[in-house]
Design a protein around this ligand. Structure first.
Ligand SMILES: [Zn+2]
Length: 108
């Protein structure tokens, strides 16, 4: 699979952005909840170079870990503080991402 880095994001075509939207491992609103969760936890404890907070959220919400981690890594998210690379890409690929309401029934 082609790895997409933030630096070359701006040369991605509309086609590539669409395939990104169609290839999300979980709904965009749930990903947004995940990024919000990680962001909040990183402000109180430093990144330990793992996907610790990502994994906590995945477990708490019974989400598919392999699919999500593979997706994050493809977008340069190899640890908690790097997953925001993926969010940046998502924000660009999903219209209205910033205004997405939290998904129903997710646990923090
Ligand atoms: Zn990190």
């Amino acid at each position: 699979m082609k790895r997409i880095g933030v630096s070359d994001w701006y040369i991605l075509s509309e086609e590539e952005r669409r395939s990104l939207r169609e290839g999300l491992p979980i709904p965009a609103a749930m990903l947004k909840a995940l990024f919000t969760y990680v962001d909040r936890h990183l402000s109180s404890s430093e990144c330990d170079d793992t996907l610790r907070h990502v994994s906590e959220f995945i477990r708490a919400n019974d989400l598919p870990p392999e699919a999500i981690v593979a997706w994050l890594e493809r977008l340069g998210g190899y640890c908690d503080c790097e997953v925001f690379n993926a969010e940046e890409v998502l924000e660009d690929a999903v219209p209205g991402y910033r205004d997405l309401p939290p998904p129903d029934g997710f646990r923090e």
